[in-house]
Design a protein around this ligand. Structure first.
Ligand SMILES: Nc1ncnc2c1ncn2[C@@H]1O[C@H](COP(=O)(O)OP(=O)(O)OP(=O)(O)O)[C@@H](O)[C@H]1O
Ligand SMILES: [Zn+2]
Length: 720
């Protein structure tokens, strides 16, 4: 008998099972766990059993016709599990798409066949213009070699058309698997060229780059330029971006620039079947360009030649439940593993990456001008609203500008990162506000739906007619949400076409396409939007941005709040003035003297980063020190706090010297979905020591099982 370690979807380490031959590592198998058949992955073979061999169960089934999960992928999983102190088996199951978690054999995709029009085909009349997709498919076949997966992305009925053309003998099969890549529509400017050349002088080796390019400086064009070279060499590219930026606009840009390149798109909304297939296509090297959000960092890739992380500072690369990982950091690890360059791009880099560039661990590349030669960075002005009477959140100055801009035919964006009608409902008699019964959060008023809603746990209730404390029937909606802003502006400018863009208004994928069409047809005068609209979009006509109520987070005790606010305001400002029309940005604030606004007005990231980093260094905060949180939640705060403090005391005598652990404290958002949450911060200036301490925590936590309490470890935690 040969004994194997099998990684299973459990908190236990890989368990031992027997088979009469040695199975290849990375194979999928079926085994019994607690009497139930479960899918597992062979993690080690020829292991020495640590338990009585008579008790070792046999492997029930081997999916031996499937490709095995490759070695470098297993190394990535091992590293992830170790670094984030998470069970290996559960890490495997987070990283796999559903298709591979099913106890069924999968159909392994065959090597793709590439089609092109032959001479006879090229002599035919192309399909008429009113059959746009058919024509597009024809044009793609005319100029390149494409596989079925790529053709299907151009036209869903590609199979039928290919069969038809085959019958007519218009096609030939080509072997070329290195795609032909048409040149860009833009000629890179001098800065872009230099940056691209620098990156390209480091292909085939590990080299991290931090590309700091102001908004609209043409970072995407630089990524594409480097990608074109790597793809033309037949290597694969991993392109990661925040969920919010994975827009149809971006995918259209990719499709236009790389029409022949077999592409896999992996994000949480991709349909299960498609995601599984794309995962395998990347793993087998069929898909050359792998685009996705954070989870795509776990895609096995046969021949990785380049990684790009766009908007690398974005918080959505950090997963904050179950396996708490940072996709950007894992991407850097992967680049080192396979010795390829990685480009981290942003207009407002994370202070972690900026610091690494300052100390020379990353190479800093800069794009300091807008790519479009006539476009300039917008002017940013502050509107001091301290002593002003606001009309539903608007200063008179801002209202006037919006009116003027509408009269002059401009496009304006009103930014407010708060959806709903009003953030709170308030009783003027007794001062009561309506809170969520499950969370420490106020209920948000949604006027049209006639509901109060919790934006954290999605609790909903009808709008009450009277105060639940004193019975007063005169309740006031305080503060502004995007719906109220929309209402106010519609009353103020009844002739303007106003569109609100937030999570409540954008449900379907087609909503975005529709919005773009409307904007490009110049049918929109004013956009009202949350973060969703602030990032990455390129609306050439947009020339006025108004930010309402930017101050909220400046009172936060989260040390990352200023960094986030700076990034947010630079991003939203960066939407203005991207083409011919000069841009203007107004930020309403109660705190115009706050130092963060000096840097924002100067639009000077380096200045901001230097200030912030000096403070972080003084307090030993990341990126100077390393930090992890151990969190516990229970129905009662005292249970969570006591649990953590007890374990802390057990560990204290064993704690490595240069590690400190604080006392347990409630989290900033102390109550969430009926659970009360506490945490202990564990800090060290030495990463290895911190991880040694965390391993201790892991061991002791595992021994202290208490059904009332759930716990987790969050390494490099982003949430306070
Ligand atoms: N070399 C160039 N010549 C002319 N136009 C260009 C050039 N490079 C990029 N552009 C155009 O400039 C605009 C901004 O480019 P791009 O979207 O690549 O910038 P970005 O830095 O990724 O922007 P952001 O970070 O603000 O989302 C786009 O409309 C793009 O088509
Ligand atoms: Zn809630």
């Amino acid at each position: 008998m040969i004994y194997h370690h099998i990684a299973l979807n459990t908190i236990l380490p890989p368990l031992t099972y027997a088979h009469d031959t040695a199975l290849p590592l990375g194979s999928r198998v079926l085994v019994n766990l607690r009497g139930k058949p479960q899918i597992g992955v062979v993690w080690a073979n020829h292991v020495q059993p640590e338990i009585d061999v008579n008790k070792i169960l046999p492997i029930l089934k081997i999916f031996d016709h499937e490709p095995t999960l490759p070695e470098n992928w297993r190394e990535l999983i091992d590293f992830t599990a170790r670094y984030y102190h998470y069970p290996i088996g559960q890490t495997v199951f987070t990283a796999l798409p559903s298709l591979l978690k099913e106890p069924r054999p999968i159909e392994s995709p065959e090597s793709p066949v590439f089609y092109t029009l032959n001479d006879l085909g090229k002599q035919q009349t192309p399909p008429p213009k009113n059959h746009a997709k058919k024509l597009q498919l024809w044009q793609a076949l005319f100029s390149g070699c494409l596989d079925m997966a790529t053709l299907k992305k151009i036209h869903p009925k590609a199979i039928d058309l290919i069969n038809e053309y085959k019958k007519l003998d218009w096609l030939s099969i080509c072997t070329a698997t290195t795609p032909s890549i048409p040149p860009s529509q833009h000629i890179l400017n001098a800065e872009q060229t230099e940056v691209s050349n620098t990156i390209q002088s480091h292909l085939h080796e590990y080299q991290p780059f931090l590309l700091h390019g102001i908004t609209g400086s043409g970072k995407t064009e630089v990524y594409f330029d480097v990608m074109a070279t790597v793809l033309a060499q037949g290597k694969q590219v991993l392109f990661l971006l925040p969920e919010i930026n994975l827009t149809p606009q971006l995918l259209a840009r990719v499709a236009q620039r790389f029409p022949d390149v077999p592409t896999a798109v992996l994000h949480s909304q991709t349909a299960t079947g498609a995601r599984g297939r794309d995962y395998l296509r990347a793993m087998l090297g069929h898909a050359k360009l792998v685009i996705g959000t954070r989870l795509a960092v776990f895609t096995p890739i046969l021949d990785l030649g380049l990684i790009v992380v766009d908007e690398e500072h974005d918080n959505s690369f950090n997963q904050d439940n179950e396996l708490r990982y940072h996709a950007r950091d894992l991407a850097v690890w992967r680049a080192r593993q396979v010795a390829c360059p990685i480009v981290l791009g942003s207009a407002t880099p994370s202070l972690e990456s900026w610091h690494k560039a300052q100390i020379g661990a990353y190479q800093l590349l800069t794009l300091s001008h807008r790519a479009n030669a006539i476009a300039k960075l917008p002017e940013i002005e502050l509107v001091d609203v301290r002593r002003m009477r606001l009309d539903n959140g608007f200063s008179p100055q801002v209202l006037n500008l919006l009116k003027q801009n509408h009269q002059n035919g401009g496009l304006s964006l009103v930014y407010l990162n708060r959806r709903g009608f009003a953030p709170a409902l308030f009783c003027g008699d007794c001062g009561h506000t309506f809170g969520c019964p499950n969370c420490s959060a106020k209920l948000v008023l949604h006027q049209r739906a006639r509901q109060l809603r919790c934006h954290h746990c999605d609790f909903r209730q009808p709008i009450p007619h009277a105060c639940e404390e004193c019975g007063n029937q005169d309740l006031t909606a305080v503060g502004q949400g995007t719906q109220r802003i929309e209402e106010t502006l519609k009353n103020f400018l009844p002739l303007a076409k106003i569109v609100r863009v937030d999570r409540d208004s954008m449900h379907k994928k087609t909503d975005w396409a529709h919005l773009y069409d409307q904007i490009h047809a110049q049918q929109v005068d004013i956009l009202i939007g949350t973060q969703m609209l602030a990032k990455g979009h390129d609306f050439p006509n947009l020339n006025l941005v108004v930010v309402l109520n930017a101050d909220g987070s400046l009172f936060s005790s989260d040390f990352r709040a200023p960094e986030r606010l700076f990034a947010e305001l630079m991003q939203v400002s960066g939407r203005a003035g991207r083409a011919e029309k000069a841009g203007r940005v107004l930020i309403q604030t109660q705190l115009p003297e706050h130092e963060i606004f000096h840097a924002i007005r100067a639009q000077n990231f380096a200045q901001f980063a230097t200030q912030e980093l000096a403070q972080r260094e003084m307090f030993g905060l990341p990126p100077f020190g390393f930090q992890a949180a151990v969190r516990a939640d229970a129905l009662k705060m005292s249970d969570a706090v006591d649990f953590l403090n007890e374990i802390r005391d057990v560990i204290a005598p064993m704690l490595p010297e240069n590690v400190s652990q604080m006392g347990a404290v409630p989290m900033l958002m102390a109550r969430l979905a009926e659970r009360e949450r506490a945490q202990i911060f564990i800090e060290s200036m030495n990463r290895v020591a911190l991880h040694r301490a965390l391993s201790l925590w892991e061991q002791v936590l595992a021994q202290h099982r208490d059904n009332r309490i759930r716990w987790h470890i969050d390494v490099d935690c982003q949430e306070m």
